[in-house]
Design a protein around this ligand. Structure first.
Ligand code: NAD
Ligand code: DAU
Length: 342
């Protein structure tokens, strides 16, 4: 792992999956904070991708190419000329991966390999966005948190596909000398998150008069971080991180699902027991918790959104005020969940 003491100053970055939740928030973050940087978004616009997520950004600085990261011929045309790739594109939802793993292997594993090959050929700096789920789960009463040294122990087809993609990035660094970094982040929340995910599903259900659904016992713990804090951490790692290194991103946001749901119900003026229990997710990870001290110590990064309740209130306001953004996908998503008994 070579030390990289200088600051990398990208001018023309390719953001895969930039029409999805976290990718779009990252594109918006870059457009807001780094006006000298041009962004090309490469996105297949699956059910989870929406060009509206990056609408309104200056066309001179943000360009959308619609296409598949598995398409090697397309990558030959799109990658040259960029000085960095920030790779968000993925199939991202655990429940979908349990119902049908195949698209997860294709996009998350094969797609990452295609991008790595293009980055190698054109000597492009690569930052890989990954998840804390590659480390499996922790017991509810375990004082430990995940660190960069935790063993890989993924539980679901989704997390196994992300673990595979992390290993590919490491292999390309070691074998081919690719200039790459990896970040593994905990659960994000904020605007533009697809309504299949826990927090937006519950908020939009309440807005639609549907009772929220809680899986299993509701005791499972997730470590919440606002997506804007994820963006700032990725920017720091891209520009100042050491090549070949992995950084965990988290903001000390551990909460049980039932506590988050009760907070949403309270903030939306509902009784705290106005929800239904459903069957549990197979293989449901119990708890995620991130120790982000390497990121703090090496790069001085700190989260800005440290008050979860106020971040949640702003997120509720965003969904309340952007009904047209989610109403069609809400109907399709709930039909899919109903078919799965969830
Ligand atoms: P998302 O599902 O909201 O967005 C994924 C985007 O990728 C969509 O725009 C989709 O159209 C695009 N995409 C999918 N397949 C593609 C393909 N073959 N070619 C090109 N584009 C394709 O996902 P998200 O929640 O924004 O997650 C983004 C990344 O962050 C993923 O890599 C995920 O593993 C990782 N991550 C997510 C979280 C979280 O809490 N959501 C936490 C840690 C890491
Ligand atoms: O930890 C990072 C991961 O966080 C990312 O890698 C994934 O892309 C992202 O989807 C997220 O995975 P989770 O499985 O933790 O997120 P999800 O929103 O699907 O569920 C959060 C928790 O809420 C989980 O314990 C399952 C539970 N849940 C979910 C839904 C949709 C419910 O109880 N009810 C629900 O309706």
């Amino acid at each position: 792992m070579a030390a990289n003491s200088g600051v990398f100053e990208p001018r023309n970055i390719l953001v895969t999956g930039g029409c999805g939740f976290i990718g779009a928030n990252f594109v918006r973050y870059v457009a807001r904070n780094h006006p000298d940087v041009h962004v090309t978004v490469l996105d297949k616009l699956t059910y989870a991708g929406n060009p509206e997520n990056i609408a309104g950004l200056p066309e001179s600085r943000v360009e959308l190419v619609v296409g598949d990261i598995c398409d090697a011929a397309l990558l030959e045309r799109v990658v040259p000329g960029h000085d960095a790739i920030v790779h968000f594109a993925a199939e991202s939802h655990n429940d979908n991966s349990i119902a049908d793993p195949e698209p997860f292997i294709r996009t998350n594993v094969e797609g990452t390999m295609r991008l790595l090959e293009a980055a190698r050929k054109y000597d492009v700096r690569f930052h890989h966005i990954s998840t804390d789920e590659v480390y499996g789960d922790l017991a509810l009463d375990d004082p430990a948190r995940f660190s960069e040294c935790s063993p890989y122990r993924p539980s679901s087809p989704y997390s196994a596909s992300k673990a595979a993609s992390d290993h590919l990035v490491r292999a390309w660094v070691r074998t081919y000398g690719l200039r790459a970094t990896i970040s593994n982040c905990s659960n994000n929340y904020g605007p533009y998150q697809h309504v299949e995910k826990f927090i937006p599903r519950q908020i939009t259900s309440i807005l639609e008069g549907i009772r929220p659904k809680l899986y299993g016992t509701g005791e499972n713990v997730r470590d919440w971080i606002h997506t804007e804090d994820h963006s700032s951490a990725v920017w720091e790692i891209l520009t100042r991180g050491r090549i070949g290194e992995t950084y965990l991103i988290g903001a000390n946001g551990e909460m049980s699902n039932i506590a988050v749901l009760r907070m949403i119900l309270r903030l939306m003026g509902q009784p705290e027991d106005a929800f239904d229990w459903t069957r549990d997710r197979p293989g449901h990870d119990r708890r995620y918790a991130i120790d982000a001290s390497k990121l703090h110590a090496e790069l001085g990064w700190k989260p800005m959104h440290t008050n979860f309740e106020s971040g949640l209130r702003a997120t509720i306001d965003w969904y309340t005020n952007h009904r047209e953004w989610w109403v069609a996908s809400k109907a399709a998503t709930e039909a899919r969940y109903r078919a799965q008994g969830m």
